[in-house]
Design a protein around this ligand. Structure first.
Ligand code: FAD
Length: 635
């Protein structure tokens, strides 16, 4: 991380200087805001944590509960979400606090119907990501986002005890076209209402979303008519895999999943309970924690399970549902108006918790939306950019709902479904599905944001439309070994990674110097066209270069000036733009990501860490055209 750029500041560098005029706790509700977020779940908080960084964006987050969540709900963090957490600056904290899922085991009736371990598989295949798959209470993830909001320049905090009761959009209004009715839920204020006018409203208000209802959206789909119990507990057991993620299938009592949790002692069980009638809700059965425990004990036999403390439990039925559109613009009006109300997370897609995707996909939604809203609200992009949100994320959610359908059936598979090779069907499918459950199969379709694969051969390991797959490098200026992807922060900026051809050392006459010279000085350069007067040249598009030589073979002082920019009020040098292959440890990014060594290339990475394009170093018109299709001319 970089700090002290505008002068030495003592103390915690994660706490950024406060912007003048920010709201303080206890201040009255504002009359107008740029963005009103409904709901402080993972979707709402992930969005708020991005918007909070931008002093000129006035954001408000309303939540009917009295305060932050303490326990319960989701706990699975995919490797993809961990990569995203890295951009927010709290991946290391989560890695320290969470339990890592490295191995998954499968149990089924063996000789004499006693349970036996019948398979075990590696949970995250080698080379998938530098990040682990972890489990941690959803509430702790909320805390990390809340910290980031609290320490951002706007010092954003949720308004608890307030819910969205309704809203109306006036498409003709240029300013604050969404009028939101808020209802107070705090003791003593129940039923009181207030009105706020907003430029944008984002409904992150869960499966029963009031925002979705207000724009006429409905969830379509079906239910599996099967009740499940989930319980977080502290217990004593002789089941050997209590600290492994395990699928347990008993002979006659059904199935459960064991999920070890953070702290070394806590464990979550997902337990198959009763079949439900066509129109029956799980809640109608009146089941409780004791039913989940009793069923678990029967499934675990002959192992013992002595429960010492029940921390949290819930009973639910599986539903796979998706809404038609993630914004308020009907298809026939897309050409004439931009979205004003958008939906994210469970408000627009629901699925079973067993694939561990609910929290991940919800945060993925608002990581996609956050930079787009920042770009529009800071004048960098036209509001039409917001149309891309529903298209990209609905396709991702549709893939999840379809996967979840399939997976729910597989988890429920019986012995007769197992293959002749003895491997349970659930284990086989589990392995096949790992790229999906890691969150790595999303590939955005070709669009203004996702270029054509014409030059994909120049970097075969950076799939256009998929997330940027980080790899090790060494930073030239201080010889620090690190992950290249870790220089991507959740700051709404694009990254331009320039991979140098073999003999290029950055000096004059080389392809890197020629490209950097054009980017820095030419009026047609996207850096010049899309950066506003007075902004740093990397404020919108941040250029970094990676060379094939080891760091001792390169001269930092010979690098193009674009890669050694002067920043801040003292004009200090930014030393963190140039990297080399990690030849010392043999982890060469050029080999690992299939980069053409003779030609080099440019890889454009979107602010949400997805690869936008791969282009030759000389393709200046195509480079300019890519950004011209997304960003406004401001230079
Ligand atoms: P949510 O986390 O549901 O957050 C929505 C927020 O909006 C809530 O804080 C809610 O209070 C608030 N809200 C509601 N109405 C309004 C309104 N009118 N105005 C403003 N705010 C409003 N996933 C798993 O993987 N495993 C589990 O065991 C599991 N258990 C769950 C148990 C419960 C009871 C619930 C509700 C969900 C559970 N999930 C579980 C799902 C998982 O938590 C969600 O997929 C994930 O939290 C989705 O995030 P979100 O931000 O979209 O919605």
């Amino acid at each position: 991380m970089q700090f002290h750029v505008n002068g030495f500041k003592p103390g915690d560098p994660d706490i950024l200087p406060a912007a003048p005029g920010h709201r303080r706790p206890g201040d009255p509700l504002p009359e107008t805001v740029d963005v009103l977020i409904a709901g402080s779940g993972p979707a709402g908080l992930c969005l708020a944590a991005q918007l909070a960084q931008v002093p000129q964006i006035r954001t408000m987050l309303v939540e009917p509960k009295a305060g932050p969540m303490e326990k319960g709900q989701a706990d699975g963090i995919s490797v993809r979400s961990m990569e995203m957490f890295q951009a927010f600056g709290f991946a290391e904290k989560v890695m320290r606090e969470s339990v890592w899922i490295n191995e998954t085991t499968f149990w089924a009736p063996g000789e004499g119907a006693a349970l036996a371990r019948v398979a075990r598989v590696q949970d995250v295949p080698d080379g998938t990501s530098e990040m682990p798959h972890v489990l941690i209470n959803q509430a702790r993830v909320h805390d990390m986002f809340l910290d980031r909001m609290r320490h951002a320049p706007t010092r954003l905090a949720p308004d608890y005890g307030v819910r969205v009761a309704g809203l109306a959009v006036d498409p003709a209004a240029a300013e604050y076209p969404v009028t939101v009715t808020l209802e107070h839920t705090a003791p003593g204020r129940e039923g009181q209402t207030s009105t706020v006018r907003a430029n944008y409203v984002v409904g992150c208000d869960g499966a029963r979303s009031a925002v979705r209802g207000a724009i006429g959206g409905t969830l379509h789909g079906d239910a599996a008519h099967q009740a499940w119990g989930v319980i977080d507990l502290l217990a004593v057991t002789d089941f050997p895999d209590w600290r492994m993620k395990s699928f347990v299938r008993s002979k006659d009592e059904g199935i459960l999943m064991v999920l070890p949790r953070e702290g070394g002692h806590l464990v979550r069980l997902y337990v198959e309970l009763d079949r439900l009638g066509e129109h029956e809700r799980a809640a109608d059965r009146g089941m409780g924690a004791e039913d989940i425990i009793a069923k678990s004990q029967r499934i675990f036999r002959p192992f013992e399970l002595q429960v010492k403390e029940v921390v949290w439990w819930s009973i639910y039925e599986i539903g796979h549902r998706l809404t038609d559109k993630f914004d308020d613009v009907p298809d026939d009006q897309v050409a004439t108006r931009a979205p004003r109300v958008l939906l994210a997370g469970d408000a627009c897609h629901t699925h079973s918790p067993k694939a561990g995707q609910g929290m991940n996909v919800s945060m993925g939604d608002t990581f996609n939306l956050g930079w787009k809203l920042v770009s529009v609200l800071t004048g960098r992009a036209d509001p039409a950019l917001l149309h891309s949100y529903s298209g990209e994320r609905r396709a991702a959610a549709k893939g999840l709902v379809e996967f979840d359908h399939k997976w729910a059936r597989v988890v429920g598979a019986r012995a007769e479904d197992d293959a002749a090779d003895g491997l349970p069907r659930v284990a086989r499918e589990f392995v096949n599905n790992l790229p999906f459950t890691c969150g790595l199969t999303i590939q955005y379709e070709r669009s203004a944001l996702t270029g054509a694969p014409t030059h994909q051969h120049l970097a075969t390991g950076f799939d256009i439309g998929k997330r940027f797959h980080s790899a090790p490098v060494v930073r030239l200026a201080d010889a620090k070994p690190m992950q290249l992807g870790h220089c991507i922060e959740a700051d709404a900026r694009f990254r331009l990674f320039v991979f140098a051809p073999a003999q290029d050392a950055g000096g004059p006459g080389g392809a890197v110097a020629a490209l950097c010279g054009w980017l820095e000085h030419d009026p047609a350069s996207p850096l010049r066209r899309h950066t506003a007067p007075g902004e740093d040249l990397d404020a919108v598009i941040d250029t970094r270069a990676v060379f094939q030589q080891g760091f001792r073979a390169l001269d930092y002082g010979a690098m193009p000036t674009l890669l050694r920019p002067r920043v801040g009020r003292y004009g200090l040098c930014d030393y963190e733009k140039v990297f080399c292959a990690d030849t010392q440890r043999g982890e060469d990014i050029f080999a690992a990501r299939g980069i053409d060594r003779a030609a080099g290339c440019v890889v454009i990475v979107r602010p949400d860490q997805y690869v936008g394009h791969v282009l030759p170093l000389q393709a200046r018109e195509a480079l300019a055209a890519y950004f011209g299709g997304i960003l406004r001319v401001r230079g």
